[in-house]
Design a protein around this ligand. Sequence first.
Ligand SMILES: Cc1cc2nc3c(=O)[nH]c(=O)nc-3n(C[C@H](O)[C@H](O)[C@H](O)COP(=O)(O)OP(=O)(O)OC[C@H]3O[C@@H](n4cnc5c(N)ncnc54)[C@H](O)[C@@H]3O)c2cc1C
Length: 320
Amino acid sequence: MGADRARVVVVGAGIAGVACGAELARAGVPVRIYERARVAGGRMASKRFDGRPADLGAAYFTVSDPDFARVVRGWEAAGLAREWTDTFVAYSADGRREAPGPVRWAAPRGLRSLVEHLAADLPVAVDRLVLGVEPGPHVDGERCAAVALALPGPQAALLLDPALAAATAAVAAQRWSSTLSGVLRFPARSWPAFRGAFVNDHPLLRLVCDDGDRRGDGAPVLVAHTTPGFAAGHLAQPTGAAPAVEQAVRDLLALPERAAHVHVHRWTYAMPAAPAGDATYHLDADGIGLAGDAFGAPRVQTAWRSGRDLGRDLAARLRP
Ligand SMILES: Cc1cc2nc3c(=O)[nH]c(=O)nc-3n(C[C@H](O)[C@H](O)[C@H](O)COP(=O)(O)OP(=O)(O)OC[C@H]3O[C@@H](n4cnc5c(N)ncnc54)[C@H](O)[C@@H]3O)c2cc1C
């Protein structure tokens, strides 16, 4: 890694990439973040329906790391994040019970607003699909001091030149599963308060959340996440899964009326399996870094910490 070469390129403006970029910028290391989508956020995705955002990816986040807690307090002070609930319900073959747990946090304007807040002063180039990372390192032919790949391993694998053997091996070791997210918009709220529901031993559903409750506006919107097994059969045509997702949610919650609109989003790489080691990121002699939620429990906090730690290590090596 040569400090003489221009800058670090971060690929991916999810929370890991933005945390990495923020750490580099704070240390005075030139950085640029390339994001293929029109907006930052990644799997902390919020999509607008008739002007109202619904959370399509992460359902909420939890906080146990003191450093992440400081970030969360910043979001809270800005009016962007709020404590939602510490009690969901859990459905299983035995029926329904209360499921107390850690405090879950939600974002009134959608979880994507939190990533955008962290990225506000960073040079994020959106609509910028990266096609290849080659030795040098180079990103699409552009020489840089180092590259931070802050995206699911299978997406990073598509970019990596096989000569970058250490990073190629690291991403090949990751295992990912898929999920479909169904956003169900109803004419009116017709369910008893439940906030969020874990669904155990169900062939189709894994989680159902009351989006109006977590957002705090009371909108009659539910968001359901499917099991990996169900998602795997619908990746080619996710919209075809809408009737089954709607029916499963109505059966679970005994809803009397049909949804007015159902949108299904495909997450081909939704969740990584827990890693073998306890490294929070990867950085090798080729100048290739990897960060994201594959370095720990598949959670927002893990992704943030991974990006922050990679950014810190890169900054220590490259600080002007
Ligand atoms: C359905 C679902 C439910 C979840 N529920 C929870 C939850 O309740 N609680 C929780 O804590 N976590 C949850 N998670 C996990 C959480 O969303 C992730 O841990 C976190 O958002 C990962 O952030 P990241 O930055 O590592 O990756 P990502 O958010 O995936 O960011 C990667 C970015 O890279 C971009 N990209 C990909 N390829 C390229 C390319 N070639 N060029 C440029 N850019 C590229 C992508 O567009 C994306 O923006 C959930 C995830 C899903 C999908």
